[in-house]
Design a protein around this ligand. Structure first.
Ligand SMILES: Cc1ncc(COP(=O)(O)O)c(C=O)c1O
Length: 384
């Protein structure tokens, strides 16, 4: 018998869509991928070379559960260089992707029956991480009025006796919208006043286009940060992320990491040391510009087809479009678009229960020419 908890764990539908898109490609169909939540660029060369060197040098054994000291220090140093934040490297825990960090945080913070508040739409796996520790994900519908983000007022209003933590993501998946420093500060104040824990997902932090990025650590040390080498550094498949924990949680998280992961991938950790080299920084910044160019093309192009964007997404590589003037059922639309025109997009259903049928996520994780071809195909599909 499969354990009962599995009944409440929902699949990640985009993976099914991706599998279908790959199957069609296998049959020789040309597919434009606008569903994939990972950069199309390869991992920057200096990181790949450092990874190869690590293998040649025999860095293939376990590391400490919280990661190699050099990498924890390099990350702490990076917070200082970028944001002027002085961070004790002991508070940086290296994890298998930020997914590993999410698992550690939920396990060390949430008791069975306690609630974690998060935005709907939001990153789908968060709900499941909460359920895995027998917590209750409380998803709060948020719309364009608040930039698809929770606000201090909403959090205060929705707080209940068993609320233990609040999760926000800035920039957000699927909406690409960000929280301003003032908004985040206000959120922190409410969570603190209520005696809760704030978890800030900054995994798209490097990918911000219209404003200067900042980190929630500039506001306070008293929160959890999640981050990753996956997106900005193009290392999705290496499975490497990190979390920054308030000091009182470090030893519990370390103890759990020893048990459930032993450690993150060793060659990946050594490879990631090269992420902070000048040449890598130049490459990732160049790519950020490429993403910005794609966004600046795709958003108006989709608007012309009738998709609506009440808020301009300032970060990540997603556009969360309202498609109500084109279809009332984004799920069927996405499936038919894939079968008919070979364009893969993600319907709102993956991201929550708030008007999913009216929303589609477009990822601009493919070259500009492909996006242009995708838009032409979508235009043809809509006109038919
Ligand atoms: C908002 C957000 N958080 C966390 C993750 C997990 O990423 P990873 O485990 O590769 O670091 C993702 C992946 O898409 C994401 O979009």
């Amino acid at each position: 018998m499969i354990a009962e908890r599995m009944a409440s764990i929902s699949p990640f539908y985009v993976m099914e869509l991706l599998a279908r898109a790959r199957a069609l490609e296998g049959e020789g169909r040309s597919i434009i991928h606008m569903e994939v939540g990972e950069p199309d660029f390869e991992t920057p060369r200096p990181i790949i070379e450092a990874g190869k060197r690590a293998l040649d040098q025999g860095f293939t054994h376990y590391t400490p559960a919280v990661g190699i000291r050099e990498l924890r220090e390099a990350i702490a140093q990076d917070y200082f260089s970028r944001f002027g934040v002085k961070l004790n490297p002991d508070r940086v825990l290296i994890t298998p992707g930020s997914s590993g960090a999410l698992q550690l945080i939920m396990s060390t913070v949430i008791n069975p029956g306690q609630a974690v508040m998060m935005a709907d739409p939001g990153y789908p796996c968060n709900r499941n991480f909460v359920k895995l520790v027998s917590g209750i994900p409380v998803t709060v519908p948020v719309g364009a009025e608040t930039g698809y983000q929770l606000t201090a007022e909403i959090i205060d209003r929705e707080w209940s006796e068993n609320t233990r933590a609040v999760m926000v993501a800035t920039p957000s998946n699927p909406t690409g919208t960000i929280l301003s420093r003032q908004q985040l500060e206000a959120i922190y104040q409410v969570v603190k006043a209520r005696g809760g824990v704030l978890i800030v997902d900054e995994i798209y932090q490097g990918l911000v286009y219209d404003v200067k990025p900042f980190t929630a650590l500039e506001i306070t040390d008293d929160l959890f940060i999640i981050n990753s080498f996956s997106k900005y550094y193009g290392m999705t498949g290496w499975r490497l992320g990190w979390m920054i924990a308030p000091e009182r949680f470090i030893s519990a998280a370390d103890k759990l990491a020893q048990n459930i992961f032993l450690a993150a991938s060793t060659p990946a950790q050594y490879a990631a040391l090269a992420a902070f080299e000048e040449e890598t920084q130049r490459i990732v910044e160049e790519r950020r510009e490429a993403f910005r160019e794609r966004r600046d093309y795709l958003l108006p192009a989709l608007q012309q087809l009738g998709f609506e964007f009440p808020v301009v997404p300032a970060g990540a590589f997603y556009l969360y479009a309202n498609c109500r003037s084109i279809t009332e059922d984004s799920f069927s639309f996405a499936h038919e678009l894939l079968e008919t025109e070979g364009v893969a997009v993600t319907p709102g259903r993956d991201f929550g229960d708030y008007l999913p049928e009216q929303h589609i996520r477009f990822a601009y994780t493919t070259a500009l020419e492909k996006l242009q071809e995708g838009v032409a195909r979508i235009a043809r599909f809509i006109k038919c």
